[in-house]
Design a protein around this ligand. Sequence first.
Ligand code: ATP
Ligand code: MG
Length: 730
Amino acid sequence: MTVTPAASVDSPPSRLVGPDAVLAGLDDEQRAAVLAPRGPVCILAGAGTGKTRAITHRIAHGVLTQATAPNHVLAVTFTARAAGEMRGRLRALGVAGVQARTFHAAALRQLRYFAPRVFDGRAMPELLETKARVVGQAAAREHVKLDRTGVRDLTSEIEWAKSAMVEPDGYPVAAGEASRETPLPVDQVAAVYAGYEQLKRRMGVIDFEDLLRATIWAIEDHRDVGDQIRAQYRHFVVDEYQDVNPLQQRLLEAWCGGRDDLTVVGDASQTIYSFTGANARYLIDFPRRHHGAVVIRLERDYRSTPQVVSLANEVIAAGQGVEASVRLQLVGQRPPGPKPRVSHYPDEPAEASAVATRCKELLRSGVSAAEIAVLFRTNAQSETYEQALADAGVPYVVRGGERFFERPEVREAMMLLRGAARAAESDAADGLPGSMVDAVTGALSGLDWRPDKPPAGGAARERWEALAALLRLAEEQVAADPFSAEAAVGLPRFVDELAARAAAQHVPTVEGVTLGSLHAAKGLEWDAVFLVGLAEGTLPISFAKTPAQLEEERRLLYVGVTRAREHVWLSWAAARSPGGRGSRRPCRFLPAGSLPAGVPGTAVAPAPKPAGRSASRSLPTCRICGVALFDPTHRKLRRCGSCPANYDEELFERLRTWRGALAKEQKLPPYVVFTDATLTAVAELQPSSEAQLAEIAGVGPRKLTLYGEALLALVAGADPASLVEPTELA
Ligand code: ATP
Ligand code: MG
């Protein structure tokens, strides 16, 4: 199998344990990460630089020198596989008893234990493992008609909202700010979301996000629970911290309870899950939020050849946005290897067949199939490669997705096509000829598929693409064999051809070339990697439109390139089908210098910059990520709800103390002086002049005259007691 970042290579054999053995085999920066004193540590590490290695060795070193008790450590990450790998590496270093879990697993364990205390003697409510059924019920109650994929996309949207800690009421505004592609109008999503929450309460169950929320609540609102958890866990480690979402971050803060023995590690350039709510700002802002944090950068890439590393650096060098602000230049440590190859083909089947041929050559040269991967942007691209590899007799496994002919919509379509083939034959017998392509389109319309109506994204888009792939196969058959154009002849042939393909591709394999999406490839490594379909419209995917979405597409290519130890082949096809119009442009993120001779790069107009000061009056934008702001509170803060606050908490407290005293003195409710949002904005923006102060929403001309001086003095460090009657401060 292809689960490669191996504990065996990464860690000394388990006999060789002891603090010194743990330090051996680390480079200087990795060692600095291991030896950094207790307190906040932030490891900003590029792909393949040994992140997991550094943190597991840090934990091991603490335990083996007896500075830390293993049962006081809580190490968290995001997938069960990654957590298991961490435990494996720790075991290999001779360390037992450390909790290495996913956020969910850790929360589940804690909440189960404390349930009788926090749920009035009752057990923990049952966990709702899959939301879709309840979301479907909630949609039906709102008279929203959705098919299975529609429900799936709506479920993802509700998960996003819950991970961002957005309640149903706040959803429409938050979705607008985050430029969400919503499966339904935002008000409908909010209504279904509210209905879903209600149904869940009635059923007495909680979902995975509720589990995290309930754990936060148990810790924060039950003193004894909080005390006990904090006594138990004293040292915290988070791997892949760029993937943390606001809800998980809150839980982490609850665990820490104001303490700062926290080590985080991540690579902002590998943030590819923002669409699910992950926010790399927590990683990027870590040093700012944790005074005195030790910041360590790992730049030596132990995974890939300098040739691969250099391409990865070029891809990410042009990156923009907050994730790019902490970009690292990787330095390859392995011996030189072959240059990455960039090729283009007239059509997709030609591209796939070239890839299959290359795979065969690699296998012949001794590379094992498990050390080869073909990675693409969407699972629907899988079919062409499944077929090409099957034709070439190369074994393969599909990772993180279903095989094309096992997808439910493809099975349904094949059933409809069989019916259509029978109908075409009897129509022809009645003297009613028809076109084969029309007949296929007609059959697909039975599944609500329209050629000109691709949905924006998500599962609905994947379903659409899979069905579009079937129509394409029909068109290819007609192009290759004009007799097929007639439905009565072509359709039965087409149905047989599909059945033959399905059979050919239905060979179960244990070990084979990996076919998988770029998303599913995260954290893995192979000797040879094919990155296919690198054309505009596929990567970046056509529905990525905002600058932030486009940057996420760039990072996907970066993740893809950095999976390879030695060989990378990048390719695209000018047209989908043979004989089609070959007008596709190469992916804009491919460095111009890497393209084959005579192929110009794809120049794209630079993304519009977030609105500047003058424009910000008409359309306020988040000063961190640049999205338009609709919510009045966010406008005041000049920061959207998804970007984490980076205000000075000490200043905020002084501002509040001052406001409280002033309100008391003037017998006003405090919010009449200034709202919390305005004070947060002052603490975040820290204005140093009246002009800057006046820029903050909520500080009008009257308040500027009344309180401007005091506010500026507080920002400059004044004690509230020096500004108001001391008696009012009591
Ligand atoms: P990714 O960003 O892809 O998750 P990572 O930073 O977590 O990567 P690891 O998986 O920890 O990287 O390490 C990548 C590879 O480099 C592993 O095979 C690991 O054994 C090796 N490696 C890490 N550090 C060293 C070192 N100092 N000397 C030799 N090999 C190393
Ligand atoms: Mg890793």
